[in-house]
Structure formats: structure tokens, C-alpha cells
Ligand binder design. Structure first.
Ligand SMILES: [Zn+2]
Length: 278
């Protein structure tokens, strides 16, 4: 499932390829992708508009148009945003197709159809996508430091990884990067957060930015399901650098001694090294 680094990789590529381009024509193949509004709203809101900016908050991609409208794109489980020549064959599960004025087509592909495209008229973004107002700070856009973290953790008994995955506290981290960040910070994912001291919070702040920056530089992670690919259809490579995520039973790449364990936390598979993480 795409998390902050994967969505940021798509955002950067989309900014390069699409800013300044006009959308000449739009087709919506499946209504479910347009469930918050309607296929007609997507067609009407996009056709003739020029793409002015491409932003991101957490896992939400926000495309600003010259009409003042904003297009919210969420990839959820298996969404992909691809760009290609109009004459190339469309992949299966292509739900929104936007022809750009340079003859290329922007395609929203999503086998599992949890993903969404919402075109929001000026001023309607927070009404149509109310969860945006409930997002915590984005660690790349806003930055997160040790002081923020120790404030969130004070007096709370919640488990560390649950806190990291709570989008209302910090936006954009999911199961992959939650595991990798806890490992980099040398903290057990099931540690109650009020037991983490100031030095632990400092390690965590630095792990959040290091792991996310490294993952963005590697174009994100593409796991065995191969569902995440960038705008150019190319998979990410950060999975090769994962120290613990999805590596249960293998030797820890950091200490070389611990065998990576798996536990279930909030019904999510969680990976950690019993030697590195306390
Ligand atoms: Zn280790």
C-alpha cells in the first residue's frame, strides 16, 4: 500500500510532467472511483483546465488547477497514477483517463478500486475531503522534531507503532515505514510511548526524516504484490534496503545478530529486531 514516500515519488514526477499542461479530454471508466462526487463532476471539473501545482499532505495527492479547483487523488491499497502516450494500450483496471495537450494520457489505474479521484470546486476541498482537516503534520512538508514527539507521547500508554500510524498525529506513515522507523530509532514497536525518554524521542525524530528521505530517494518500496509503481510505471527499490519489514526469520541487517521477529499489533503485521530494539 502506497505510503508517504511512494505518493511523494508520484508527486515529484507529476509536477515535472504535468505542470503547465492542459487537460483536453477526460473519460471515467468506473463510477466507484468517483463515489464522493460523480463521473460527470470529474469530466466537467478537469476538461479544459490547466495543471498549476501538485502538492501532497500525508498520503493525499492534491493537484491545483488554473480554475481554482483542486483534484484530490488517493491511491489507497492498489492505485497507480501512470502517464503514457495515448496510442499505447491502456492497462487493465484503468478508471480515469485524462488526455493532456501534449498528446499523452494520464491514467488512474486501480485493480482493487479503493482509490479515489475527487475534483473539488474552489473552496469545496475540505467539505468533500473532510479527513484532510484531521491530518496531523506531514513529516516532509511541515517537519517533525523531538519536541513535537515528546509532546504527543507525554502521559499516553499507546504503543509506539500505533501512534506512528495514526494519521491524526503524524500524516503519511503506514505499515512499512512504521516498522522501519521503529527499527532505525532502536525502539520496540510495542513500547508504550510514555516510557520513551527524551533521547528516544530524538532518535525517533531523526529516524522519521532519515527513513522517509531515503525511501523517497529510492523511489519508494514495491513489495511482492508489485502494485506500487511510479508515474513512469517503474517500481521503487527501497524494499531492497528494508532492515526489518517483511523480513521475519531473516538476520537483522543492522546488528547481524538478531533474527527479525513478527508480531501482530492492531491486527497489522509488525516486524522488529529483538537485539537492536528495546
Ligand atoms: Zn538488529
Amino acid at each position: 500500500m502506497p505510503e508517504l514516500p511512494e505518493v511523494e515519488t508520484v508527486r515529484r514526477a507529476l509536477a515535472v510532467e504535468a505542470i503547465g499542461r492542459r487537460v483536453d479530454a477526460v473519460e471515467v471508466g468506473r463510477d466507484r472511483v468517483a463515489r464522493r462526487t460523480s463521473p460527470d463532476a470529474i469530466v466537467a471539473g478537469l476538461t479544459g483546465a490547466e495543471i498549476e501545482r501538485v502538492d501532497r499532505r500525508g498520503k493525499y495527492l492534491l493537484v491545483g488547477l488554473d480554475t481554482g479547483s483542486t483534484v484530490m487523488i488517493h491511491l489507497r491499497m492498489s492505485g497507480q497514477l501512470l502517464i503514457g502516450a495515448t496510442e499505447t494500450m491502456r492497462p487493465r483496471h484503468c478508471h480515469v483517463m485524462a488526455t493532456l495537450d501534449d498528446g499523452r494520457e494520464l491514467r488512474f489505474v486501480d485493480p482493487r478500486t479503493f482509490g479515489e479521484v475527487v475534483v473539488c470546486a474552489p473552496g469545496a476541498l475540505h467539505r468533500l475531503v473532510p479527513e484532510l482537516s484531521r491530518l496531523g503534520p506531514d513529516p516532509i512538508v511541515d517537519g517533525v522534531d523531538a519536541r513535537d514527539i515528546s509532546t504527543w507521547f507525554r502521559g499516553r500508554r499507546r504503543r509506539l507503532k500505533s501512534m506512528l500510524l495514526d494519521q491524526s498525529i503524524i500524516a503519511g506513515i503506514g505499515n512499512i515505514y512504521g516498522d522501519e522507523i521503529c527499527h532505525r530509532a532502536r525502539l520496540r514497536p510495542d513500547r508504550p510511548v510514555d516510557s520513551i525518554d527524551r533521547r528516544g524521542c530524538a532518535r525517533l525524530a531523526s529516524a522519521v526524516s532519515t527513513v522517509l528521505d531515503e525511501a523517497i530517494a529510492a523511489g519508494g518500496s514495491t513489495l511482492g504484490d508489485a502494485q506500487y509503481v511510479g508515474l513512469d510505471g517503474v517500481a521503487g527499490s527501497y524494499q531492497r534496503e528494508h532492515r526489518v519489514h517483511a523480513r521475519a526469520g531473516e538476520r537483522c541487517r543492522t546488528c547481524g545478530r538478531g533474527i527479525v521477529r513478527r508480531m501482530s499489533l492492531d491486527q497489522r503485521s509488525t516486524h522488529w529486531c529483538p537485539v537492536c530494539q528495546r
